[in-house]
Design a protein around this ligand. Structure first.
Ligand code: UD1
Ligand code: UDP
Length: 385
């Protein structure tokens, strides 16, 4: 393996990502890497996502050295996997970084790890060690993150539980670091930076104000729920809205057509359900901070909500983030419409139950994960000399 960038005598780190959540979670790390004199930080986006990725790049002012512009409408797993692998060969051969950083469990994270391995380039996996132990739940993320972990050389585990998972699978203890999740860094950064007044526009856009205390925020996009699962989620939301005309449901709808079709078909005409386009992270974080309750299948939102003291009903059968469930701020409710309705109704009707869940907790980090990761990377570099 290469030790130093021959031209600049600094450690060359290439961060590769492709989707909205990876961009949000890597933004604090890229910012931190840019501050280091001993590091040459380079950024490559596969653009597995396009509009939803660009929202994050603009917000955090991330300049990309490579933009592979891979997204196609309704791309298959085969498409994105094959095209990403093929395109990354050239990037890695030209860049020859000392280390590649990948994040999480997307196809980009797995494929970038595989491409780096083929060229014997060291790999750091951010958010390593998350597991449900069910290969189809979430699909294909459970296998993507396992494969990324198998290929990695350094594992940045967000929690002790994630570290334990890695240890159980036989990864070397001295190379696993518990850092916290960088999503908490991103959340704190954006809530500090963005002015409240500007973000309030998002509420007035659809005739709401922060006085609307009972706002339910919804997101959903998991592949394993496509079809019947998504229809069930929509029928559950419809029933909540129809039985509680004093509440408002705000749903920024993911751009995947397998999500948009059932959501617009089933919920398009419900008066107190607002289907809106994906929000930029600043506005979305503001909405999270203002809402009463969150219903989601998102990974990142399960991590952010406890930091904001917002209860989350997780519309999935399994989660790789048991920490929020154990902290009592999140509950798994699956995708059955009646269950989604009943669990939501409990939290709308029972104030004590609601208060028990609406506690602030930080099981996923303290906002300093990126600094820790950079410290570890620099330590690695010194150890080599
Ligand atoms: C991907 C990740 C998933 C992650 C999610 C975050 C994989 C296989 N899936 O799922 O792990 O949780 O992102 O949101 O890596 N689209 C657009 N514009 C965009 C983004 C998506 O139009 O900016 C549409 C396109 O039609 C695209 C489709 O959504 O083909 C699917 O995108 P893709 O990245 O393959 O899957 P996601 O469901 O977004
Ligand atoms: N998010 C956003 N705008 C939205 C919806 C979500 O910025 O309209 C953020 C959210 O706060 C979280 C991330 O996007 O940080 C989660 O993305 P997603 O649910 O698409 O992916 P996952 O986390 O499930 O991989």
């Amino acid at each position: 393996m290469e030790s130093k960038c021959v031209h600049c005598k600094t450690m060359k780190i290439l961060t590769i990502f492709g989707t909205r959540p990876e961009a949000i979670k890597l933004a604090p790390l890229i910012k931190e890497l840019q501050k280091q004199k001993a590091v040459t930080s380079r950024v490559c986006v596969t653009a597995q996502h396009r509009e939803m990725l660009d929202q994050v790049l603009q917000l955090f002012k991330i300049k990309c050295d490579w933009d592979l512009d891979l997204m196609r409408k309704d791309q298959s797993l085969f498409d994105i996997t094959a095209r990403a692998l093929q395109s990354l060969e050239r990037v890695l051969k030209e860049e020859r970084p000392d280390i590649v950083l990948v994040q999480g469990d997307t196809t980009t994270a797995f494929v970038a790890s595989l491409a780096a391995y083929y060229l014997k380039i060291k790999i750091g996996h951010v958010e390593a060690g998350l597991r449900t132990a069910d290969k189809f739940n979430p699909f294909p993320e459970e296998i993507n993150r396992r494969l990324a972990d198998v290929l990695a050389d350094l594992w940045f585990a967000p929690t002790e539980k994630a570290k334990e998972n890695l240890l159980q699978e036989g990864f070397p203890p001295g190379r696993i670091f518990v850092t916290g999740n960088t999503v908490i860094d991103a959340l704190f950064l954006i809530l500090r930076q963005e002015s409240r007044a500007k973000n309030q526009l998002v509420l007035s856009d659809f005739g709401l104000s922060t006085d609307d205390s009972r706002l339910i925020l919804v997101t959903g996009h998991r592949r394993e729920s496509f079809g019947k699962g998504f229809e069930q989620i929509c029928y559950g939301l419809k029933k909540i809205a129809e039985r509680n005309n004093d509440i408002q449901i705000v749903y920024p709808v993911h751009l995947n057509p397998h999500v948009r079709d059932p959501v617009h078909r089933i919920l398009g005409d419900v008066a107190n359900i607002h289907l809106i386009e994906p929000l930029d992270y600043a506005r979305f974080a503001f909405l999270m901070s203002q809402c009463y309750l969150i219903l989601t299948d998102s990974g990142g939102i399960q991590e952010e909500a406890p930091a904001l003291g917002k209860p989350v009903l997780v519309m999935r059968d399994k989660t790789e983030r048991p920490e929020a469930i154990e902290a009592g701020t999140a509950k798994l409710v699956g995708t059955n419409s009646e269950r989604i309705f009943l669990e939501s109704q409990k939290l709308l009707d029972d104030h004590i139950k609601y208060k028990q869940m609406a506690r602030r907790a930080n099981p996923f980090g303290d906002g300093r994960a990126a600094k820790r990761i950079v410290g570890i990377l620099l330590g690695e570099d010194e150890a080599k000399e």
